[in-house]
Design a protein. Structure first.
Length: 201
């Protein structure tokens, strides 16, 4: 099975069960490989029905009798975004603001078996994550000339304290700092520059 064929069903399961997980427990994000060409996921014929069955099962059989309402919709959206981008490194503030239109609508959309909002958010994640990889790979090519390791810079490590970046340009600054910090860690571990370049590419 190719990576493309593998990631489509796995990604659908992530979308549905991450929504369920946001409702009940924790979830895991499927990996995206560097340099991987992934087409946007499309909703397949059987998936809306599968979504409805999952929702009805959770409402009927969960011990706490959780209901899919506006309050739960807000929680689900927040935790879905958190699972996709826990470090606030992929989405920017404008995108997060746009997603908030579903804060009290996601429950109604899912009850109608409308998976479009969840798929749109997930496809945006894939697009932005691929952009981050491409950007960092371009920096790695000449990192020894590009990065000034004598420069004093600050990077917030705690994800809970980090704010969403206002736009993609400021996100690129964060991506650059992430890469530079990783390279510094490798240098401190005694890795040779050529080995670092090979490892990161």
């Amino acid at each position: 099975m190719t990576i493309k064929n593998y990631i489509r069903p796995i990604s659908f399961l992530f979308i549905i069960f991450s929504l369920a997980a946001a409702w009940l427990f924790t979830g895991t994000l499927p990996p995206v490989q560097a340099g991987q060409q992934i087409q946007p996921l499309t909703i397949e014929k059987a998936q809306p029905g599968q979504c409805l069955r999952i929702i009805k099962t959770l409402e009927r059989y969960h011990y706490a009798e959780k209901r899919m309402d506006n309050a739960m919709s807000a929680i689900i959206l927040e935790r879905y975004i958190e699972r996709l981008d826990p470090g606030k490194r992929i989405f920017n503030q404008l995108e997060i603001t746009a997603m908030k239109q579903y804060k009290f609508r996601l429950d109604d959309e899912l009850k109608r078996a409308n998976l479009r909002p969840a798929f749109d958010i997930f496809n945006l994640y894939l697009k932005k994550y691929a952009a981050r990889i491409d950007y960092q790979l371009a920096l790695i090519e000449d990192w020894q000339k590009r990065f000034d390791f004598d420069q004093n810079q600050f990077m917030l490590i705690d994800n809970d304290l980090r704010q969403w970046q206002p736009d993609d340009e400021t996100l690129k600054t964060l991506w650059q700092k992430d890469l530079k910090n990783h390279i510094i860690t490798l240098l401190l571990d005694g890795r040779a520059p050529e080995d670092i370049t090979e490892q990161l590419t």
